[in-house]
Design a protein around this ligand. Structure first.
Ligand SMILES: Nc1ncnc2c1ncn2[C@@H]1O[C@H](COP(=O)(O)OP(=O)(O)OP(=O)(O)O)[C@@H](O)[C@H]1O
Ligand SMILES: [Mg+2]
Length: 223
């Protein structure tokens, strides 16, 4: 479903990836680890095709980095759900509007939008907060809304860039549990994190980015 083949990427003359090979199957969960500056966020941006490889190729679903046309980027991105460390909710809209906004560009009826938004809010356990403004929510609640927003389009892949970076350990585990549940329903996930405790909580593939390359890491799951 996702395949990086000999990907090279540089910011001006600063190389980040030299020969990056990495693949992800449908419904797979993968933790992405690596030192600060190793290139985790850059790897996620390459999937989003916000940036394109300087060499090599990335294929995601039916899209290929060598042939993608700008007009197809919105279609590609509709297949992705993206979650950031700092939530990125629209501050001037309530929870419901933050989610319905994503569906406005699709051709869903208002009834369908309402049902879908309520369904994803139920998935993250926050349907009772649908009228709240983002500044009335805790960090963990904001992240749950951001997860709901990421799944409202039924993506095939979720990209989570340090989604627990601003949260306490207990809330971080709750966020992982929600993302795990979504993964078990069949959505693939790439979860970039510095939180090594989380790695022990889910027996999933771990990829470390180091020296411009990706390698598999094996750790023992928690007993
Ligand atoms: N827009 C940019 N322009 C130039 N260099 C950049 C840009 N974004 C990132 N870099 C550089 O690319 C390298 C990889 O950065 P990236 O943000 O992908 O790392 P990261 O693994 O996500 O780090 P962190 O764990 O701190 O989030 C770093 O050396 C960084 O300084
Ligand atoms: Mg990063």
């Amino acid at each position: 479903m996702l395949d990086f083949k000999n990907v090279e990427y540089s910011y001006s003359n600063q190389p980040v990836f030299s020969e990056l090979n990495f693949e992800l199957s449908q419904s797979e969960f993968c933790f992405l680890i690596g030192k600060s500056g190793a290139g985790k966020s850059t790897l996620l941006q390459l999937i989003y095709m916000n940036i394109l490889p300087t060499q090599g190729r990335i294929s995601f679903d039916e899209y290929d980095s060598r042939t993608i046309k700008p007009r197809n980027l919105p279609l590609l991105r509709r297949k992705l759900g993206i979650i950031f460390q700092d939530f990125k909710l629209l501050k001037d809209r309530n929870v419901y509007e933050n989610l319905s906004f994503v569906l406005e560009s699709t051709n869903k009826s208002s009834g369908e939008i309402k049902k879908k938004v309520n369904d994803v809010l139920t998935d993250v356990g926050l349907s009772h907060r649908r009228h709240s403004m983002p500044n009335e929510l805790s960090g963990g609640e904001k992240q749950r809304i951001a997860i709901a927003r990421a799944i409202v389009n039924d993506p095939i892949l979720i990209l989570a860039d340090e989604p627990t970076g601003n949260l306490d350990p207990e809330t971080s585990l709750e966020i992982l549990e929600i993302i795990k549940k979504i993964n078990l329903r069949g959505t693939a996930v790439i979860f970039a994190t510095h939180n090594y405790e989380l790695l022990k909580s889910y027996n999933a593939k771990i990829i470390r980015i180091e020296g411009g390359k990706a390698s598999k890491v094996v750790i023992k799951p928690k007993q």
